[in-house]
Design a protein around this ligand. Sequence first.
Ligand code: BDR
Ligand code: CA
Length: 312
Amino acid sequence: MTRKIIIDTDPGQDDAVAILLALASPEDVDVLGITAVAGNVPLPLTERNARIVCELAGRPETKVFAGCDAPMKAKLVTAEHVHGKTGLDGPQLADPTMPLQDQHAVDFIIETLRTEPEGTVTLCPLGPLTNIATAMERAPDIIPCIQEIVLMGGAYFEVGNITPSAEFNIYVDPEAADIVFKSGVPIVVMPLDVTHKALTTAPHVQGFRDMGTEPGRMVAEWTDFFERFDKEKYGSAGAPLHDPCVIAYLIKPALFSGRHVNVEIELDGTFTRGMTVADWWRVSGREANAMFMGDVDADGFFGLLTERIARL
Ligand code: BDR
Ligand code: CA
């Protein structure tokens, strides 16, 4: 069955690949809209990048909305050191010509959840959770309407990437993440524990390049660029494709395995603000509120990604 989704994103090369995967998979996901948020780079760049990716996929009719330009309480932290100045550094990219929607992303999220039948829209956050939490705070009536939230964020065994204890998306807006994890909505989490197993290797990148298509070439160039950071930092074989894990889960959930556990967001820790305190060993007695993934069939994941990107 096709799932109706809203992709909430801060592109980012890996966000871009996630959007391409979704737009290449109409039999699995119907992208009602893409809502941009400040994260990897400031909002004017993330909304621009989202439109570039839609045009690259040959889907300029996709609705792209600009949302919150700063976290709920904290000052914005960005990640140009990973993604480059534009957020999509790597290939040369022309400015998009498709329009940005006038409506604010938060209003679009609220309106969509109020108009679509209850329990039929899944939210897919690939960046800080500011837009989603703002929508929940402004219109609590939408909370029971959400089918599921499948998000990239957090870490347990891998611990942090932006601080020693916190993953970037959660760290940027922990107050927003706290609202989302306390909302009672069914949540599936793709933490670094999973995404650090979805690593591009030279043959994968060559596979994208060999497609002989513009999207294939872009994915190859983006991963080439994005790789340099992780290779240097972790000594890993390639770049983790964090955000595409969210869309791959919607298409083939069996690629992933994890545990339904309690996840709390650390807001006050001196060294641990933004940490996802996942009760992996179920020792807290706190009620489970999220399916926290721990493993991925990496070959199956790259097989799916390659097959779908080749369609574009
Ligand atoms: C997450 O942070 C961003 O840099 C990536 O796009 C991904 O969503 C990984 O920590
Ligand atoms: Ca992202």
